[in-house]
Design a protein around this ligand. Sequence first.
Ligand SMILES: *[C@@H]1O[C@H](CO)[C@@H](O)[C@H](O)[C@H]1NC(C)=O
Ligand SMILES: *[C@@H]1O[C@H](CO)[C@@H](O)[C@H](O)[C@H]1NC(C)=O
Ligand SMILES: *[C@@H]1O[C@H](CO)[C@@H](O)[C@H](O)[C@H]1NC(C)=O
Length: 507
Amino acid sequence: MLASMASRVWICLFLFVFSQIAPSFASETDEAQSKEFVLTLDNSNFSDTVGKHDFVVVEFYAPWCGHCKKLAPEYEKAASALSSHDPPIILAKVDANEEKNKGLAGEFEIKGFPTLKILRNGGKNIQDYKGPRDAEGIVAYLKKQSGPASGEIKSVEDASALIDGSKIVVVGVFPEFSGEKYENFTAVAEKLRSEYEFGHTLDAKLLPRGESSVTGPVVRLFKPFDELLVDFKDFDTDALEEFVEEASTPVVTLFNKDPSNHPFVIKFFNSPNAKAMLFLNFSSGLVDAFKSKYRDVAEQYKGQGISFLLGDVEASQGAFQYFGLKDDQVPLIVIQTNDGLKYLKPNVEPEQISSWVKEYKVEGNVLPYRKSEPIPEVNDESVKVVVADSLHDMVFNSGKNVLLEFYAPWCGHCKKLAPILDEVAGSFQSDGDVIIAKIDATANDIPVDMFDVKGYPTLYFRSASGNLLQYDGDRTKEDIIDFIKKNKDKTTQQDQQDQQDLRKSEL
Ligand SMILES: *[C@@H]1O[C@H](CO)[C@@H](O)[C@H](O)[C@H]1NC(C)=O
Ligand SMILES: *[C@@H]1O[C@H](CO)[C@@H](O)[C@H](O)[C@H]1NC(C)=O
Ligand SMILES: *[C@@H]1O[C@H](CO)[C@@H](O)[C@H](O)[C@H]1NC(C)=O
């Protein structure tokens, strides 16, 4: 359960990341077009439609999702451009928010929006779409995806067109295109084709640094960072797949405004490792001093469960907001673990990186950092304000029945709910055992092991005796009041004493 929550956190951060580097475009004019090339599918006709085609791309979206709205006109433009492609490339969409389509969304394990899947062979083979999100990029990526997984390299021109120094390219060198090694290579290429580019050749001399001594069978992976190319000779499919994943991960992932780094940033956030992120101002001239020291540390901890990213503050405003960081803390390192804890070293100097990471990783004596608004000095509205630093005192240790709203300042449904919560609070005014409270979930860290906050508003109720329930009834005054009355505990003096004793023993 923790892992899935953590991955949602990463997806969320990734969306911030994406919003920093995705091109922005107006959607008004495109939406006015009448002919739609993107097919609309739902649970009634999904299998039929997909079953009829060799190559279908399906976008799972939700109507409220901003990134989906940004994608829509680009996706439509791409569908139009691809409408006469041979062999056919079908672009489709499913509103995963609709009740009737939730089964489909579950089947495809959709965790965030938009998610795009490539379905081949009538839906028998499913892959994640890992391409760009602008029309031109989508078209180029899908044309490539609809062709063979690995293309033959017959000339130096073929080689330099494929290996252009900006992406991962995996090339198999074989004495002949047959046999088990070749077949295993092709199987891995099929499996990983949506993520990496593959090629195969009979002549290693066509490749960069392809000495004539290289006769194969060998797999050579080209990458735009670190040692630039790596050879591998184990043709076991699992070993080969693992090699490709491993060799294509930079020692230090670079995060700036350059979109060609984007795939590596996504990979970084999808990794199961703890994540160390060093944020600097790339235009301040400090970068070189930090880079080599940071890289040394990353090399040192390779294979030990930490991934390393170097980010430009200018591109990282989303991440800063997410982590509750401030520009005047730069240069800073933050390490986030998969159980949601954060460790922070603000105003770090190059010489301190190594010792601080060691203190965190080896000695384990860096204390986690928690983002919190200040505890308000006055808190006399009917709906009480809770912040991360007062969560324990006001919710867990208060001995009261607490209804807590997790909200975001920009959220429209939260604004609608606010007067209703005021009235609910009003109706319990004379009941000292009930507290109605709210916490700004964008400005305060929330313990992810207790609260599963996927959207706003989210309401939780904690009874005086410690029962924690999520409220998912209607957001009306009557229903909320009924729910509280039904679930609250009477807090007699004795009960409170017992609970406090119990809690002490828990701590
Ligand atoms: C699938 O069915 C929905 C209505 O249930 C319809 O709007 C849509 O056009 C159909 N799509 C195709 C490709 O037939
Ligand atoms: C091909 O991969 C399979 C595992 O999928 C492995 O058992 C076999 O030994 C591999 N063949 C060669 C020649 O490496
Ligand atoms: C980064 O440094 C440049 C040049 O010193 C400066 O103009 C810019 O405001 C800085 N950006 C941030 C976010 O501090």
